[in-house]
Structure formats: structure tokens, C-alpha cells
Design a protein around this ligand. Structure first.
Ligand code: SAM
Length: 470
């Protein structure tokens, strides 16, 4: 006999527990030996940064944050960029002066040098997809043994080999038979098929940027690695707050968008407005720059408006357009920069908050529809962008299907159904600049993934940049 509430081996059927089980099933095979550290980091307190609001008293805020021991992570990245450029220059000079030349040509680099863009087949990046590798491991037919009859199976029944692999991996999934019949089984099958990112070879043009610009007005202060201090709430100056607290990894999608003062920007899923505040630091609304922010949730649009009021002077406030529309329906093609920061698993939130938890069993169907919704939002963002303009897609999840998977699905759909063409911008030079602050997962295909670590518990954040070329 035992007291149920003390029985640690009895898992609670909460949204948070469901989320953790799901991550173990789907993130662990993808992130491999990095998963245990990511897992413990996700379950620990996350780290924030303070984004300076240039519309308040930036000098005062800078001083306050420096006195607390925080540093501007963007400034550090710029410093590192200077060093990297210097190193590259020295290397170039050395190789130019060197008598011995390498006979081995690097075709990719040749192409970059010629036209600054190249088509790359990604097949070499992955040995096989997680699903393929699970299948490889289980080529033979699997039959139910006695010890699994409590999972709703009968001895001798044929089992779906993929579920069998997950089961062997101690992942607590119901193991359906090959003849999938019940609705519950179908949901599990969908769960598996929709959440496993299967890389396919599509002809993608990858562009490497000639140079990296970081909008001059972005300043984000963070405590050094290993320092888990928390920032005090921002003080207001002239009725405007001096800084905005957000996960430092969320700054990166806006940095990647590289907003310039006269850009025409659309923030498609803007509420509650953290990234909007950042975009506004870069724009000059009185010199031709413009910002339209949109969100389909009435309560969140209310919050967004309140954030804008707390960070912007009245004159600028009047120039920001706020819309409350379904972002999948927009196709007004007038913007040259579009941010599409989609709703996603929100890994941190679902591990800590029961309220509004996407992993509650009652929300399974809604959760399985998320990838389709993200794809529609991304396609809409691309349609709203003029030819030559840029789109940044971002999430705060590690789910490969919601990151690379959505980019791949959107590009495939556009190829099949439209004349629109996009190129992917290679963000690895940008990631190199920030490598002292963030840990990037090296196997992301189309974008960059920041993985949380205990030393710098930022993220997760995935961001990819597309350029509309047709
Ligand atoms: N960019 C925001 C920030 O930095 O504060 C966070 C955005 S949050 C990850 C995703 C947002 O997308 C939510 O506010 C949600 O209401 C909104 N959303 C979901 N579906 C949408 C749709 N069809 N059209 C527009 N917004 C949508």
C-alpha cells in the first residue's frame, strides 16, 4: 500500500507532464546527446535580457543596467564580428602570399564567390531522418509479447515498428497494432506523422549575405554566462518604460530581419509586442518608415496596444497601424520586411503552466493542427512581401516539424501552386557573431535554432530568413 500523492512513480496526467513526455519522444531522437542538457535547462529558470527603449531615457537605462553588471550582447557580437573580419582578412592575405595552393577545390565556395548564391542539395547534412532511422532499426516485423498486454494489445498481435522503437526507448506511448482502427490510435498515428520532420530534397537557392548589418539602435543587456540574476522591473521616464524584458533568444529574429529606418514592416503575429518594441527601435516613422502590426486575438491586441502606449511617444504611436485580422487571410503585397512569429508549442510555457496548456489531452486536435496553421501564416507572410523583400519566420519551440518542417512545407506548396519563388538566406555568419552568447544547434536546415543551456538559459528560438525572388 502507498499514499497516491507521495508515489513518485505514478506520473500525473497534467498538460506539463504530457508536454515533457512528448518532448522526450520527439525531441530526444532529433537532438541526440544534446537532449539531456537541453531538457534540464528547459526545466530550469530561463534568462532574460533588457532591450533598451530609445523613446525613454536610453542613457539612464544603460547606466542602470551596467551598474547591475549586465552587458550589451549586441555590442559584444559586433566586437566579435570585427575580430572575425580581421581574422578572415589575415587568412586571405596569408593564402594569397602562400606559394603552395591547395589542389582541392571547394565548389560551394567557388559558387559563392561568383554569384553570391548557390543551390545546395541538403541531403549531406542529414544521414537519415529520425523516422527513417527508427524504421531502419526496426526492419523486421514486431509482435506483441506478454508483457505488453496491459497496453491494450493481445499477445502475438503485430505492432507498428515505430511505436515499438519508442516503447523500447522507455517512452511512454500507447503501442498500437499495425491495423490502426480506433480514433485514439488514429490520433497517435497523426501525432507521429505530423511531428516527425522528414527532410526532403527540394531545389532551394541559398544566399549567403555579402555583409552582416545589425540595426544600429538595438541594444539588449544580459547578465554574463552563469549569472542567473533577474532584472528589476523597468522604471518609466516621461510615462515611457526604459527597457523591455524578454528572452534574449527572441531578439535574434528581429536582428535577422535587419530593419532599416525607412523600411515598410509587417509584424504578422505581433501580440503582446516584445518584438514589435524591438522593430520600433530600428525604424524612423517620421522619415518614411512604417509599421503594421497584426494579431487575431482580441485580448492580445489589447495587450499589444497597451505595450505600445507604454513604450512609444504619442506622435509615433499614431503612426503605427494595429490590425486584428486572421493573418492567414492577408495578401496585401506592400511590405519589404515581414516578421512572422507564429504560435507554436511554446516549449517553456507548456512545461511550467497548466493554464492554457496546449498539451492538455482535450487540445490534442488543436495541437496537431498547429503545423498547418504555421504554414498558412508563413505563406501569407511571403505573399505580403514585395519581390526583393525579406521575411523572417520564427518560433520559440525546438520541434523540428514546426521549424524546418514548416519552411519546407511552405516552399513545396508555393512551388506547386504559385509563381512565387523564395531563396533561403544562410544565417550561419550571423550565428557565428553571437556564438559567445547563444548555443546554436548545428543541424538546422533552413534557419538557426538556439538551444537552452544552463550557463546561458536563453531560448529556445528558431528563426529562418527568406528572400522573395519572384
Ligand atoms: N511576436 C510576439 C511577441 O514578440 O511578443 C509573440 C507572438 S506569439 C508567439 C503568436 C501570436 O500569434 C499570438 O499572439 C496569437 O494570438 C497570434 N496568432 C495566432 N493565430 C493567428 C492568426 N491566424 N492571425 C494572426 N495572429 C495569430
Amino acid at each position: 500500500r502507498y499514499k497516491k500523492k507521495w508515489a513518485m512513480h505514478l506520473k500525473q496526467n497534467t498538460g506539463c507532464q504530457q508536454a515533457l513526455d512528448h518532448f522526450d519522444a520527439f525531441y530526444k531522437p532529433f537532438y541526440g546527446d544534446k537532449w539531456p542538457l537541453i531538457r534540464v535547462s528547459l526545466l530550469s529558470l530561463s534568462k532574460h535580457c533588457a532591450v533598451i527603449n530609445k523613446f525613454a531615457d536610453p542613457e539612464k537605462a544603460r547606466l542602470r543596467l551596467s551598474n547591475l553588471g549586465a552587458d550589451d550582447l549586441v555590442k559584444s557580437a559586433r566586437r566579435l564580428q570585427g575580430q572575425l573580419e580581421q581574422e578572415a582578412l589575415t587568412e586571405q592575405t596569408l593564402s594569397h602570399n602562400s606559394v603552395e595552393t591547395s589542389s582541392e577545390r571547394i565548389p560551394e565556395l567557388d559558387l559563392v564567390a561568383n554569384e553570391n548564391s548557390f543551390n545546395r542539395s541538403y541531403s549531406s547534412l542529414y544521414n537519415s531522418s529520425p523516422r527513417e532511422s527508427l524504421l531502419e532499426k526496426s526492419q523486421q516485423k514486431v509482435f506483441c509479447e506478454d508483457d505488453r498486454v496491459d497496453h491494450g494489445l493481445q499477445t502475438g498481435q503485430e505492432i507498428d515498428p515505430i511505436y515499438d522503437e519508442l516503447y523500447k526507448d522507455n517512452i511512454d506511448v500507447f503501442v498500437p497494432t499495425v491495423q490502426v482502427l480506433s480514433e485514439r490510435d488514429q490520433l497517435l498515428k497523426d501525432e507521429l506523422n505530423l511531428n516527425m520532420f522528414e527532410p526532403r530534397n527540394i531545389d532551394v537557392q541559398v544566399q549567403r549575405p555579402e555583409s552582416i548589418n545589425i540595426a544600429r539602435d538595438i541594444e539588449a543587456f544580459a547578465f554574463p554566462a552563469g549569472d542567473v540574476s533577474q532584472f528589476p522591473p523597468a522604471k518609466s521616464h516621461n510615462h515611457r518604460f526604459g527597457y523591455y524584458l524578454m528572452d534574449a533568444a527572441s531578439v535574434m529574429p528581429v536582428i535577422a530581419l535587419n530593419v532599416q529606418s525607412e523600411d515598410q514592416v509587417l509584424d504578422l503575429c505581433a501580440a503582446p509586442g516584445g518584438k514589435t518594441v524591438l522593430i520600433l527601435q530600428c525604424l524612423d516613422l517620421s522619415a518614411g518608415g512604417s509599421l503594421t502590426c497584426n494579431d487575431n486575438s482580441p485580448s492580445r491586441v489589447k495587450r499589444l496596444k497597451s505595450v505600445l502606449r507604454s513604450y512609444l511617444p504619442k506622435d509615433d504611436l499614431g503612426q503605427v497601424e494595429v490590425m486584428q485580422l486572421d493573418g492567414t487571410m492577408l495578401n496585401h503585397c506592400v511590405y519589404n520586411k515581414v516578421l512572422v512569429d507564429v504560435p507554436c508549442n511554446a516549449d517553456r510555457h507548456v512545461l511550467t503552466e497548466e493554464e492554457n496548456n496546449l498539451f492538455k489531452p482535450s487540445r490534442t486536435r488543436e495541437r496537431l493542427a498547429v503545423m498547418e496553421h504555421q504554414k498558412k501564416l508563413l505563406i501569407s507572410a511571403i505573399r505580403c512581401c514585395i519581390v526583393g523583400g525579406e521575411i523572417v519566420y520564427s518560433t520559440c519551440t525546438l520541434a523540428p516539424a514546426q521549424n524546418d518542417g514548416v519552411i519546407q512545407a511552405a516552399m513545396e506548396e508555393l512551388l506547386e501552386t504559385s509563381q512565387i519563388e523564395v531563396a533561403v538566406e544562410d544565417l550561419s555568419p550571423l550565428a557565428s557573431m553571437f556564438k559567445d552568447t547563444f548555443t546554436f544547434f548545428e543541424k538546422s536546415r533552413y534557419g538557426q535554432t538556439i538551444i537552452p543551456t544552463l550557463l546561458n538559459n536563453f531560448g529556445p528560438s528558431f528563426f529562418a530568413k527568406l528572400r522573395r525572388i519572384k
